[in-house]
Write a protein that binds this ligand. Sequence first.
Ligand code: BDR
Ligand code: CA
Length: 315
Amino acid sequence: MPKNIILDCDPGYDDAIAMLLAHGSPEIELLAVTTVAGNQTLDKVTRNALSVATLARMREEIVAAGAHRGLVEPQHVADMIHGESGLDGVRLPEPAVALSARHAVDVIIDLVMASEPGQITLVPTGPLTNIALAARKEPRIVDRVGQVVLMGGAARGGNWSAASEFNIGADPEAAHIVFGEHWPVAMIGLDVTHRALATPDVIDMIDRVDSPVSRFAVDVLSYFQSAYSTYWGADSPSIHDACAVAYVIDPTLVETVDVPLHVELRGELTRGMTVADLRSRPDGGPTTRVGVSLDPERLWKHVIAAIETLSEVAR
Ligand code: BDR
Ligand code: CA
């Protein structure tokens, strides 16, 4: 049985790859793609999501737009990586898939309330604003969601600041709500995603698929690579968001530990930090499943297989 997911995202180079992986994998049924302001403004990330949905032949109205800023934080964008458009450089098809007329938060709530308990996994790969709003607007979803598998945070370090990862730093209050609810949360943070490198070898393998979808993915990863090289001085970019989807496909790809985890809201230098208590001191209190390592080869096998599947459909 495929796993039903709602992908809540802010495309974004790595979000775009996460969309392809989710839609192209037989292990996953992609129920909705909800968008949230993050890598770029809500309008821009929503347009990008519609373009990717068009390219990958997703259904009409699968994309619904959500929150345009954080709960307390003003809007931040990650234009130093994803550029002015959110997918700078990439040739995108004109969106031909209609946007849902409904708000993302209502789409999330209605899908979860209409499903059997435990049947839907939420996969946020942007700031957690929509998920927090959904939990507050309809608290009954907390018992009905199977789990939340989010890309965000880090057990050690940050990228938005020394202590904070972008998706958490862009809306720490929303993250505080999501981590604080009693649904199971798996955090696929930087400790995992920094191992998911789109190396030249990987890009070559995708290039060999030779289809509109693979050419799009090569474009995405190549521009992502050049942004990483300019901004971080890094050889290869990390496809953060695809790791959360890959974990849903096969949890054995990621090594995890169950530990207490809290989001820092007040620290002068540490606001937005995910403070994971890695000391082994089981006290029976609530824990978060925290990803600490990844098998990158198996991750890329899934990504390439999804691109091949989507390429066959589109041929
Ligand atoms: C996260 O920040 C965004 O820029 C990426 O899309 C990813 O979701 C990585 O820190
Ligand atoms: Ca993202």
